[in-house]
Design a protein around this ligand. Structure first.
Ligand SMILES: Cc1cc2nc3c(=O)[nH]c(=O)nc-3n(C[C@H](O)[C@H](O)[C@H](O)COP(=O)(O)OP(=O)(O)OC[C@H]3O[C@@H](n4cnc5c(N)ncnc54)[C@H](O)[C@@H]3O)c2cc1C
Length: 1015
């Protein structure tokens, strides 16, 4: 396959430019009238018969998703069918039924879907009368008909719902159902994206089987009238992500080509679904390679879906058009608005992008859809397929298309029937149905996405289903909504502003944006040493700092001479008073400057994070961003934390509490976050007026030296911040110094205890210890959890950063009913992780920090292997200190009582009904750092949120990557002294508190009191 020109377009251009174009291109008055007229006809047709909307529309009519009942039904549908054990199914049903009042949902409509829900939820709830409270009502209901009967009813209802949204459980069923229908069909194999090679193979086989089956019953109509299949690229590759581009481009195009050839052989339609924005460039790379293959020459069934909510939609159409031209044939192009809008917004915020890749106003999406439609209709090499359930969008297309017949509409099965029935009365345009095929169990993700998307207030389908929405509002011209500078949503801040007024968000990079990624990598490549770390005082002789990746020298360190510490501490003590007197605004300004400098010099820091600390690019960038966030957050917190407080008292007395720095702080930081934790500690101590002597980990002095130089450059006096590289002896000497007013430490619990004892043994002033140590962090998974989500979250929590995060998951507790399948899926997904030099973009797991760490971890894994408890171990590359991800089975939760700091996951199982006992067992370990829970049972979430033994609790997500100011980080018990880094209480710990009481009546009397006037 030849290397085609890659797609290139700005990732997130300004919305205002689009709005100006849309407004300039507004249709003529005659066309506007025609569009509104047709839209009105369609809406009136749709609404003519009550209960005739069908599918999702009827469901939304009965159960609004803004109601508790609607959400409960959706949550139940999403999870119930996958729960294998009755005890958990019962708990789930009770949980969801109790969440709402279903008693008024009668089976008034004869639409099967609503009936189904009413059957399980409404009718059975009515059995116990109207008055009862929801929770009492469920208890009553369970008593009357018994939980098993209720369970059967609910399962049956969810199956009926499945039958409504899923076209067929097998392709054969689906084809039988499609037979004789006037619509065209595109079949879709349900399921989440592949996580393992086995998943990818399974999907491949399903697609291939489906294509053969469709071909066998395709009839004789020529393209574009033939049926077809829709293919998700993420289902065909287990690591369908931008960083794995090289691998994806080597492995995926041949697979896709094989499927395309099968479709081509019978001249079927074959469309590639559109997925998330960060995969767009990758998708087009794959597509461009496949369509270039000569075996597909002349075939006009290959299609691409394009999302109009993306700002790059028109560039994508141009690109596909150029491909069609280059290969001299027609392509199909399905225009959709897009199904992942909320996740696109979240991702852009999380990644700190400059702007959103999608529009933030619905009207902008609608207008871009129209603009794309016009572009498509003007591109003779593209066969337009307009997929929408919006009557106004349909009307726009009808008017734009005029007499043309060479296009089709598309709708999703279970949606839009009424609209397309109404269309049939005024247009002969063909309609294709996108028909999901698969077991009802797999319907969940699909169904929930459909319901959430279409239940949203902004959705045409939801508004059409709501009788309160006037017809005029449904068919209103979207141009009116954006005129007058309203291109962006006023309540959706840009990704850089989401934390305002607290702080600016740190700048991130979307790796799916090739240009941004290239610029980032260039900045790293441009980073030049020499990298040297020296103490502020006397130094020992220089040694090389070597990389855990390959043992190469990264730079040099001269460690602190023990004898020099007294002088360094004396200098710090002298620097303290003037620094403490510097206004808080000045100190905060320095931190903000430091954050800006960090971002401006990102290449140097990222280069060091990768070489010296062995981090992947994603981890390195996340750490750099965290460091910048820390600086900005503490800069913002410093003033409120240190503001003087007036306290109450009797008349004639003035009481004030004020804060100031404590003196000299010793900051001792670890190698696992050599920039973020190092800077976080130092920034907190400095901004509160303390002088700092900072001892970085022995393994990572070079990054620390750069960070110190940066703070000096930003304005911190040299004596107020001194670097003291060295081993444990240097830390011990610093702790022992009588001038040390406080120690802030992150590292192992053993060293924390050592420091604690050393401080206690000192004569003289009492010093403060702030310690953040490790944890045996647990995650509990019950049988309601979505296994794909569990796999993603466990893999990230246990193996990201090679498991070298304090927050990392160590102990996974899976409900035994699903343990075998979860473990199998975890192993399958772990096999797809690439281990190696983290400077290679496609590597997921880099080395552990040094040979020592490797040796300990290897020993631990070897012991498990010898004991027959090793479930999985990947292959470590030669050279460097690599430890491949391993999964170890435990007989009991209590068998793991010490932190294993690396990519080693321990798995235990638990029996349904023993949830509380399990939490107690975990608590007995004494640690309390992070805790994860994956469940769909709300009451269980609440119980864990209330009482799980951890400082940071994560529900239905991974348990790493705490964000400054959002998830302040730190634990208790063996895990630390608190308070939490990046939290609102942290800075107070670094402050000394002084009250000043003044007798304001001392010079003769209480003037204020005496001048009180009568009211
Ligand atoms: C046959 C078919 C195939 C499909 N294939 C795909 C596919 O491959 N990939 C895919 O992603 N989707 C696909 N979809 C789903 C499609 O994207 C959704 O059906 C679509 O979102 C609904 O659009 P609509 O015109 O029916 O509804 P409308 O209600 O008119 O529009 C909803 C659209 O507006 C967007 N929106 C809502 N609020 C805002 C806001 N504030 N700012 C900007 N935009 C907003 C929504 O995200 C959504 O895209 C397909 C749909 C059909 C019918």
């Amino acid at each position: 396959m030849t290397e085609p020109l890659p797609f290139a377009a700005p990732y997130a251009p300004p919305d205002e430019d689009f709005a100006a174009q849309f407004l300039a291109g507004r249709p003529s008055l005659a066309d506007q009238r025609a569009i509104t007229g047709k839209a009105r006809t369609l809406v009136q047709g749709m609404r003519a018969e009550r209960g005739a909307l069908g599918g999702v529309e009827d469901f939304l009519h009965e159960f609004s998703l803004s109601s508790r009942e609607g959400l409960a039904v959706m949550a139940l549908a999403e999870s119930l069918l996958r729960v294998p054990d009755d005890a958990t199914a019962d708990a789930l049903i009770v949980d969801k039924l109790a969440a709402g009042d279903f008693s008024h949902h009668a089976a008034a409509s004869d639409v099967m879907l609503v009936q189904a829900c009413a059957f399980a939820l409404g009718l059975s709830a009515r059995l116990v009368g109207q008055e009862a409270e929801p929770r009492g009502l469920v208890a009553d209901l369970a008593r009357r008909i018994g939980l098993p009967a209720l369970r059967t009813a609910a399962r049956q209802a969810m199956r009926l719902m499945g039958a409504h949204f899923v076209f067929g459980e097998t392709i054969e069923d689906a084809l039988t159902r499609a037979k004789g229908k006037r619509e065209r069909f595109s079949f879709d194999m349900l399921g989440e994206g592949a996580r393992s090679a086995a998943d990818a193979q399974r999907y491949f086989d399903a697609y291939a089987t489906a294509i053969r089956a469709i071909a066998a019953s395709a009839g004789a109509a020529p393209l574009p009238g033939r049926p077809g299949i829709s293919v998700k690229l993420s289902a065909l590759h287990p690591r369908y992500e931008a960083i794995s581009r090289a691998r994806v481009l080597a492995e995926l195009p041949p697979r896709l080509l094989e499927l395309a050839r099968l479709a081509r052989a019978q001249d079927l339609a074959f469309t590639i679904d559109a997925e998330e924005a960060d995969r767009l460039e990758l998708s087009l790379d794959v597509i461009a390679r496949v369509v270039a293959d000569s075996s597909l020459a002349g075939w006009e069934g290959f299609g691409v879906a394009v999302q109009a909510y993306q700002k790059r939609a028109r560039d994508v159409i141009d690109y596909v058009d150029a491909l069609a031209q280059a290969h001299d044939r027609r392509f199909m192009l399905r225009l959709v608005k897009g199904a992942y809008w909320d996740s696109e917004i979240k991702r852009a915020q999380e990644r700190g992008l400059a702007d959103y890749p999608v529009f933030t106003r619905k009207a902008m999406t609608d207008l871009n859809y129209d603009a794309c439609a016009a572009q498509l209709l003007a591109a003779p090499r593209l066969y337009p397929q307009f997929a929408t359930h919006n009557a106004r969008s349909v009307a726009e297309i009808l008017v734009r298309a005029g007499d043309r017949e060479d296009y089709e509409f598309q709708r999703l099965h279970g949606m839009g029937e009424a609209l397309y029935d109404a269309l049939a009365a005024i247009s002969a345009a063909p309609v294709r149905v996108y028909a999901p095929v698969g077991p009802h169990r797999d319907l969940l993700a699909y169904l929930v996405r459909r319901l959430i998307e279409n239940g949203a207030n902004s959705s045409f389908v939801a508004r059409a289903a709501d009788p309160e929405t006037p017809e005029a509002a449904l068919i209103a011209d979207p141009h009116l909504a954006i005129s007058g500078g309203r291109a962006r949503h006023p309540r959706l801040p840009s990704p850089s502003e989401i934390y305002q007024p607290q702080r600016a968000n740190s700048k991130g990079v979307e790796f799916g944006d090739r240009q941004a990624l290239a610029a980032l990598r260039e900045s790293i490549a441009a980073a030049r040493g020499p990298f040297v770390a020296r103490p502020a005082g006397g130094a020992t002789k220089v040694r090389a700092v070597t990389s855990p990746v390959d043992g190469a020298a990264v730079g040099e360190v001269a460690e602190t001479e023990e004898a020099a510490i007294r002088d360094m501490m004396a200098a710090a003590a002298r620097a303290f008073p003037p620094w403490n007197r510097t206004g808080v605004e000045a100190r905060a300004g320095i931190l903000k400057r430091a954050a800006d400098l960090l971002e401006a010099r990102r290449g140097v820091f990222l280069a060091l994070l990768q070489s010296e600390a062995g981090k992947t690019l994603d981890d390195a960038l996340a750490e750099l961003r965290e460091a910048a966030d820390m600086c900005r957050y503490y800069a913002g917190q410093a003033r409120p934390a240190g503001a003087e407080i007036r306290l109450p008292g009797p008349t004639g007395e003035d009481n004030r509490l004020r804060y100031e720095g404590r003196g000299v702080f010793v900051c001792i930081s670890p190698w696992n976050f050599p920039l973020a934790i190092f800077l976080g500690q130092v920034a907190a101590a400095l901004v509160t007026g303390n002088a700092v002597v900072a001892k970085p980990a022995e393994q990572t002095p070079l990054i620390a030296a750069q960070a110190v130089a940066l703070l000096h450059e930003a304005g911190v006096p040299r004596a107020a911040l001194q670097l003291a590289p060295g081993a444990g002896n240097i830390g011990a000497a610093l702790v022992a110094d009588p001038r040390t007013a406080g120690v802030v430490f992150t590292g192992s619990v053993e060293v924390a205890q050592h420091i604690n004892r050393a401080l206690a043994a000192r004569d003289g002033a009492l010093a403060l210890l702030i310690a953040e140590t490790g944890g045996v962090n647990a995650m509990i998974v019950d049988s309601t959890a979505l296994i794909e989500q569990v796999v993603d979250d466990v893999l990230a929590s246990a193996f990201r950063s090679a498991g070298q995060r304090c927050s990392a998951l160590r102990l996974l507790c899976i409900q035994e009913d699903i343990a075998a399948v979860v473990i199998e899926r975890l192993i399958g997904a772990a096999k797809e992780l690439r281990i190696g030099d983290p400077r290679d973009l496609g590597v997921h797991v880099g080395p552990v920090i040094d040979a020592d760490a490797k040796e300990k971890l290897d020993r631990h894994v070897a012991e498990a292997r010898a004991a027959g408890r090793l479930l999985y171990c990947g292959e470590s590359p030669q050279g460097g200190s690599f430890v491949a991800p391993a999964i170890i089975r435990l007989a009991r939760v209590g068998d793991l009582r010490r932190e294993i700091f690396g990519p080693v996951l321990h798995v235990a199982t638990w029996r349904a009904g023993r949830f509380d006992a399990l939490i107690e067992e975990i608590e007995a370990g004494g640690y309390g750092l992070t805790f994860g829970l994956e469940t769909r049972i709300e009451t269980r979430m609440q119980a864990v949120a209330r009482s799980a033994p951890a400082g940071n609790i994560y529900i239905n997500r991974n348990m790493i990557g705490a964000v400054v100011g959002s998830q302040p980080f730190g634990g208790f018990g063996l895990s630390g002294t608190g308070p939490k880094a990046g939290g609102p209480d942290y800075l107070r710990r670094f402050l000394r508190e002084i009250t000043v009481t003044t007798n304001t009546a001392s010079s003769g009397g209480d003037a204020g009191l005496l001048s009180l006037e009568d009211d």
